[in-house]
Write a protein that binds this ligand. Structure first.
Ligand SMILES: Cc1ncc(COP(=O)(O)O)c(C=O)c1O
Length: 391
């Protein structure tokens, strides 16, 4: 008889689902000649001078642990950069922690802030890790839906409706994965006011902020009286095409950063020193690379969004991120069936919108961090598929 190891798994972990993205891409891995608009990862290799900084770190024998908070030189450079680009000032000695990607920083923030039963509000469709991350910290995830009528931004009024006496925190992510939604300063000010009124702590995931195509990107951390109740998370994966380096950071009030550091020191100890050295080069000398990549993404975005609208899949123009989120409801297929059948029939991989929460049903996430000529072929194939489904 097979030993039932399953029964050893904690209830909290048993209750979380596998990521809908990973499940889907296990299927894609086994197929040939697929054009992938799937995984949210830049198709660019990390710029050479950043890779060279990593190589040079190895050559100099920079192979040990760093301080739990991370290299002071990197924290100082982050403080300068965040002040310049986001108009938010942080003390590199006490208010910045280097983590293993925004992924780890987000997990640390949840674990440092949530008591069992605390409600955490976030906007949906959203990045796959928020609800499981909140649940693993024994919090209660509370989703507020973002609608295409509002270009997938969230309204203060919608958040207000979700607030209860148990509300503890609010998670924001603009530009948003998977919709490319952004926020106007005015609405963000209303949300800041609401957070102060209800004494909420805000966790803001700024990972796509450099990939804002139109309008000014404003972080809630920079609004008056918000720094003391905001954890600002950012990283290097998307802006500098450094996903494999696994490096990100958190900025916030010293007490919260210290709490996050205490978890980090016992679980991770520190982020890789090689990645930290590469990140230092990126943040000090990589701005031109980011701008160059953003301009390429802009051209790809215009092409893919135009093509979706032409084939009768209504798609709003994402003002940030590298994701298009067309509506596929008119085909009569669920988003999972659409993605599966498209993959089988035309070898184009996209992620079903339902992977990003129930409000993502009826949509498809298509990552345009893929070469322009590949996108051209992908949309031709998709148009053929849509025509066939409709006939
Ligand atoms: C919104 C969002 N936050 C965080 C992450 C994870 O970033 P990192 O590579 O820094 O862990 C992603 C990755 O796709 C993301 O889309």
């Amino acid at each position: 008889m097979e030993f039932e190891s399953q029964k050893f798994i904690s209830q909290a972990v048993s209750a979380i689902p596998r990521s809908g993205i990973r499940d889907f891409f296990d299927i894609v891995q086994g197929m040939k000649d697929v054009i992938s608009l799937g995984v949210g990862e830049p198709d660019f290799v990390t710029p050479w001078h950043i890779r060279e900084a990593a190589i040079y770190a190895l050559e100099r024998g920079r192979t040990g642990y760093t301080s739990n908070l991370g290299l002071l030189s990197l924290r100082e450079a982050i403080a300068t950069s965040v002040n310049k680009h986001f108009k938010a000032g942080y003390d590199p000695a006490r208010e910045i922690l280097i983590a293993v990607g925004v992924s780890e920083a987000m997990d640390l923030a949840f674990r440092a802030l949530i008591n069992p039963g605390d409600e955490v509000i976030y906007h949906e469709p959203c990045y796959v890790s928020y609800a499981p991350g909140i649940a693993l910290a024994h919090g209660v995830p509370v989703a507020v839906s973002c609608r295409p009528e509002h270009a997938f931004s969230v309204t203060a009024a919608a958040i207000e409706k979700a607030v209860t006496p148990k509300s503890k925190a609010l998670v924001l992510n603009f530009p948003t994965n998977p919709t490319g939604g952004t926020m106007e300063r005015g609405e963000l000010e209303k949300i800041a006011k609401l957070a102060r009124r209800h004494n909420l702590v805000v966790i803001t995931d700024e990972i796509y902020s450099e990939l804002t195509f139109e309008g000014e990107h404003v972080s809630i951390a920079a609004l008056p009286s918000m720094k003391e109740r905001t954890v600002f998370l950012h990283g290097f994966s998307k802006a500098y095409a450094m996903t494999g380096f696994r490096i990100g950071y958190a900025c916030g009030p010293a007490a919260i950063i210290d709490a996050m550091m205490r978890i980090h020191q016992y679980s991770m100890l520190c982020a890789s020193i090689i990645s930290q050295e590469a990140a230092l080069e990126a943040i000090q000398h990589g701005e031109a690379d980011t701008l160059e990549m953003r301009e390429q993404y802009r051209g790809r975005r215009n092409l893919i969004v135009g093509a979706f609208n032409e084939m009768g899949l209504p798609c709003h123009l994402p003002r940030g991120s590298f994701y298009a989120f067309p509506c596929i409801q008119s085909t009569g297929l669920s988003s999972k069936d659409f993605a599966r059948q498209l993959l089988e029939a035309e070898k184009v991989a996209c992620v079903p919108g339902s992977a990003f929460g129930p409000t993502g049903e009826g949509y498809l996430r298509c990552c345009f961090a893929t070469a322009l000529d590949r996108i051209e072929v992908a949309v031709e194939r998709m148009a053929r598929f849509v025509k066939k489904v409709r006939s």
